[in-house]
Design a protein around this ligand. Structure first.
Ligand code: DX5
Ligand code: ZN
Length: 217
């Protein structure tokens, strides 16, 4: 079954001085991608649960919390309570991935795993019966505005095959623009993160629409 395309603007590229207004500009998207960075797993710090809780009141989008943290286990309940709809954890994090997925489900939320660019597709295999989404990084995590790593396209294809008939979303994150989105979608990605591509655009609804059109094969 072909999954429908879901556009996920990445909050990291929004203007933090007026988040409420920024969120209104992306309400035509499906997901809001929220990058949680701890300054340890990645060399940058971003948002905590209070921020997620505050913006939960401002948006009806599906909150996609991407945890780039060394120890996700201790933060999962707080992000769940703050209003996350799905929480994804890196297989490269220190905490046991299966335990993290159980903890997310125990909070009543959807769960997913994330693979860094250099992590092989096989690393996702043990978890495919337990996740709602697999997120593939197409840049090294930590910052917005980087270039899409073309080698990741083959990994999207490989993952898509491994997923087979399972109802799992396949998300791609990093360096997505109107060019790179085509190869990612053609390879099988259906949840498309856009930081610069959405919040860097003057007209966000138009940017979302253009990405959506470019992703439809
Ligand atoms: C990078 C983050 C991305 C980032 C993408 O570590 O995980 O979600 O916001 O930004 P762009 O789309 O600008 O590459
Ligand atoms: Zn992300």
């Amino acid at each position: 079954m072909k999954h429908t395309i879901k556009i996920a603007p990445s909050l990291l590229s929004a203007d933090f001085s007026c988040l409420s207004a920024e969120l209104k500009t992306v309400e035509k998207a499906e997901f809001l991608h929220i990058d949680i960075m701890d300054g340890h797993f990645v060399p940058n710090i971003t948002f905590g649960p209070p921020l997620v809780k505050a913006i939960r009141k401002e948006s009806g989008l599906f909150f996609d919390c991407h945890l780039m943290v060394t120890n996700p286990l201790k933060f999962i309940p707080a992000f769940a309570e703050a209003g996350a709809d799905i929480i994804t954890v890196h297989v490269e994090a220190e905490d046991d991935t299966a335990k993290c997925l159980q903890a997310i489900k125990a909070c009543g939320k959807k769960c997913g795993i994330v693979l860094n660019p250099d992590t092989p597709a096989e690393a996702a295999e043990p978890y495919l019966d337990d996740v709602d989404m697999v997120l593939l990084m197409s840049v090294y995590p930590g910052f917005g505005g980087q270039k899409y790593i073309p080698a990741v396209t083959a990994k999207i294809k490989a993952l898509k095959e491994k997923i087979g008939d399972r109802e799992i979303d396949l998300e791609i994150d990093g360096g997505i623009n109107l060019e790179t989105i085509r190869q990612a979608a053609e390879a099988g990605a259906n949840v498309i993160v856009g930081g610069t591509a959405v919040f860097g655009a003057e007209n966000r609804p138009a940017a979302i629409q253009k990405l959506r059109e470019a992703a439809v094969l």
